[in-house]
Every structure is written in C-alpha cells, then in structure tokens.
Design a protein. Structure first.
Length: 381
C-alpha cells in the first residue's frame, strides 16, 4: 500500500495568534507596579473614543480609534490597619467610627489584700517536698507576696540552685551574683546580700545562683555543716526583724534541705493532687522525724497546702480526701487550682498576685495566706 502525500500545515499569520502582541492600554491592569501606593496620581487611563465614518464619503477601511486622556482622581488616604477589599466596604457598609480608647489597666496593680495580723514571734517556714513539680517555689513566693501585701514583713531565702524563687520575685540571680551560696559556704553576713523585691513593700529576698549546686559537696567537709544557715539567719533576724521567713528548698533531701529543716520551726508541705505526690510525703515525714529527734526539737508540721487541684477529675478529689484524712488539722481549707495565670506570671518576673490579681490562682493564694496568718494568732492564744 503506497503511502500518501505528506501534508504540511502552514499557519497563516492573521488567522491564528498574532506574532507580535501589542496590549491595549485600556484593557487589563496598567503597566505600573502594584506596590506603588500613589498609583492613581501617576497613571493616566486612555479610553478609546468611537470614530464614525463621514456620511458623504463611505469607506471600507475601519477608522483608526482616537483616544481621550482622563486624569485619575487623587488617591484617597487609607486608614491605618489591615487592608480591606473594596467590595467588603460596599457589601458591609461604611466602617463604624472607632470607640474611644479606654484608659489602660495595669496588671501590675496588686490585689487589694486585707491587713493580716502580725504573729507574736517570727514564723520560719521551710517549704519542702523532695517530689519535684508540686508547687514548692510557686507556693513560697505567692504566699510571701500575699503576706507582704497584707502589711507584714517577709523574707524569702532561695536555697534552690535553679533560682526560680528569685526569678518570680524579679531579683537578679545571674552566675556570680552574691546570695545564699556566699552565706552558706563563705559565712558572709546575710544582710550584705538580701535585696528588696518590687513585688510588694516589705518583701526581701536572698537570691540563689547556679553556684549553689556545688554547695552540697563543699558542705560535706565543714564542721557543724547542718547549722550554717541557722546561725546566719539568727544573726540577720537580730538586726532585721521579720514576721515571716520562707525557706525555699530544692527537690531533694540533701544538705541544703537539711540546713533549712534545722533553721525553721514550721514545715509547709505543698502536695500536688496526684498519686505520686503522696509517696513523696511519706519519705519526707521520715526525714522530718529524724531531724526532730537529733537536730531540731522545735520543728513541727503545721501546714499542708493542696496544689494543682483539677475539680474536673475524680482523682484530684480522691487525693485531696486522702490527704485531709491523714493531715486533718494541718491541711488548709483552701486549695490552689490549676491556673494558666500562675504558670505565666514567672515569665514576667512577677507573682500571680501582681500579674493577674483577679485570677482564681491569685485569689486562692491570698485566701491561703489569710488562713496561715489567722492560724498563727490562734495557736499563740
């Protein structure tokens, strides 16, 4: 079978797509960058005008269009804020006038704390629990701030190498900062390193740095190593009397916590409303009994504070009931709920009482501080 002739298709210019395209300026977007903010004042729109042939001279050739130049209107001033499409304004209608600005409310305004009664003698609390993450530091700084806002004189001694209590109270604790390490190891006077906290009037802090992490090893070879904090604290209180002292301990039962147990006369145990926290309390009670029998006869468990309570779970209620069964007289009626505001406050160098006074966490700590202060008066009478 013979092959047919090969047909070559040829494109005739004029029937297909033109070879050179010249865009009509009246069609499409003008050749101006869209980023030009003052575009309407720079671009002239060319509008073709209809050209009719003369009545007495008919012609087959189309008349060349003429164009009329229309100047664009000056640009309108765009209000501040995100850009809005033009059709949004037409559909929704003109935007309402902005409301007058309200005076800013400072979150740093302390919660209105009632005046707490001062105790007859200085109450020295050791906030201890070898279980980590139960709210030791959070409870220590917020209770101290609440009592200080109530008109009392409060001292916070940070014994945790992490220095979280110093952070929450807005005190500098960079490496090399003088603080509890110099008092415990070098034997320097505590008054030389105690600083005022901006959280409340009458609130003072002995900061801690990462240098304190090596104090456990350095204290091993020292004479009367368990009494070093006791001697420094007695000397400080003799010249600078305080109503309350809070000793914030690391999550361990080492020599730093032992020094705090010897220097204090009351124990405050924060207990997270979970099962693991109960195991930690049983181990801590054995250590407390050893310290009472050998080093500090005046030490007693006076306060148990339930923290991170989640009322939506039955587990939290069961743990709270079990704690109240074993420590009926020591457990405070107020529980500290889980609160995002409590967790956010340290990132701003504040306690929750000044960061968000109206939050549930701030109100709970304020009420717990009131109960602690009232117990101090009742126990002495």
């Amino acid at each position: 079978m013979a092959a047919g002739a090969v047909v070559v298709d040829e494109v005739t210019w004029g029937l297909g797509w033109p070879r050179n395209v010249t865009p009509d300026p009246a069609i499409g977007w003008p050749d101006v960058p869209r980023e030009t903010l003052d575009w309407p004042s720079q671009v002239a729109i060319r509008v073709p005008a209809a050209a009719a042939p003369a009545a007495d001279e008919p012609t087959d050739e189309p008349a060349e269009p003429t164009s009329a130049v229309i100047a664009a209107d000056p640009p309108a001033i765009r209000p501040p804020g995100p850009r809005r499409a033009r059709f949004d304004e037409d559909e929704i209608g003109p935007l309402a006038a902005p409301e007058p600005a309200q005076p800013p409310v400072s979150r740093e305004t302390p919660a209105p704390a009632p005046a707490f009664p001062p105790p007859p003698t200085t109450r020295i609390f050791v906030v201890a629990n070898q279980k980590g993450g139960v709210g030791k530091t959070t409870s220590a700084v917020n209770l101290a701030a609440a009592l200080a806002l109530g008109g009392l004189s409060v001292l916070v001694v940070d014994l945790d190498p992490q220095g979280n209590a110093s952070t929450a109270l807005g005190v500098d604790h960079q490496p090399g900062t003088a603080g509890s390490y110099d008092v415990m190891i070098a034997g320097e006077p505590m008054a030389n390193h105690v600083v005022e906290s901006a959280e409340a009037p009458g609130l003072r802090v002995l900061p801690a740095t990462i240098d304190l992490a090596g104090a456990e090893i350095e204290l091993v070879s020292m004479v009367a190593r368990e009494n070093r904090l006791l001697r420094a604290l007695k000397a400080y209180l003799a010249d600078h009397p305080c109503d309350y002292v809070f000793l914030d301990c690391p999550p361990s039962l080492g020599l730093l916590t032992l020094n705090a147990l010897v220097a204090a006369n009351e124990i405050l145990i924060p207990i997270q409303c979970e099962y693991y926290a109960l195991e930690g309390v049983s181990q801590l009670m054995r250590t407390i009994n050893l310290v009472k029998g050998e080093l500090n006869d005046s030490l007693r468990l006076s306060t148990v504070l339930l923290t991170m309570f989640d009322g939506r779970t039955r587990l939290a209620a069961q743990v709270a009931n079990e704690v109240r069964t074993h420590f009926a007289a020591e457990t405070l009626p107020t529980v500290i709920p889980r609160s995002v505001r409590i967790s956010e406050a340290p990132s701003y160098g504040q306690t929750v009482l000044t960061y968000h006074p109206d939050s549930a966490g701030a109100k709970s700590y304020l009420k717990a501080a009131q109960e602690i202060a009232q117990r101090g008066i009742e126990e002495q009478t």
